[in-house]
Design a protein around this ligand. Sequence first.
Ligand SMILES: N[C@@H]1[C@@H](O)[C@H](O)[C@@H](COP(=O)(O)O)O[C@@H]1O
Length: 241
Amino acid sequence: MNIIKAENYDEMSHMAARKIIEKVRINPKITLGLATGSTPIGVYKKLIEDHKTNGTTYKQVTTVNLDEYSGIDRNDPNSYHYFMCEQLFNHIDIPHEQTYIPDGMAKDLQLECSRFESVVQKLGGVDVQLLGIGHNGHIGFNEPGTSFKSRTHVVALTESTRKANARFFPSIEDVPAHAITMGIATIMESKEIILLASGTSKAEAIARLVNGEVNEDFPASLLKLHNNVTIIADKDALQLV
Ligand SMILES: N[C@@H]1[C@@H](O)[C@H](O)[C@@H](COP(=O)(O)O)O[C@@H]1O
């Protein structure tokens, strides 16, 4: 794993955005894997700024998102669908039909998981996957104990993840109990992975990722066996490494 140390959140976002923009410019038909959570918001802001000032185009780009809550309508402000439109898609020139996010309202969630998995496969996999990391090492919504062989599946969110995400909801009771997430094996098939982390609250997770063993108890640890992973983190998140 390459580790790039940024001074702060803004520099981390800038560095990741530059990498993505460069890749989009080299391959205008790239498939980007995108993440939600607060960490990538700065990257999306920089992509939008660059699109507006330098004209980088996303007309032929395809995106797939890691995950979506189950039981929340796509137009609900707490859905990841809404998040992606607000934070990125509505502000660049990507056609919405080229943006794929699991449908958390599908009647048959298992069927939706297979459908989403085959979308990723038909696209030939993800070229560059952006990832955040949960305090317990989750990636997407793959909680500790998830099989490293997992494909897109339905997950029961842990209490700690629901608490961590409660800040976006009126109360913890409103945080969905389930979600659909790309599996760990699906994520590992991405040709390149950029993992972002910012702030002291991520320091333990980053230290465990860098120094710890590869173990299903810590889902992100499998990234150590991927041949093209870059961690871009600020110095607060890297302080225990
Ligand atoms: N499903 C998302 C993850 O994809 C994200 O990486 C994580 C960390 O979020 P944040 O960046 O807000 O710390 O939160 C959620 O659980």
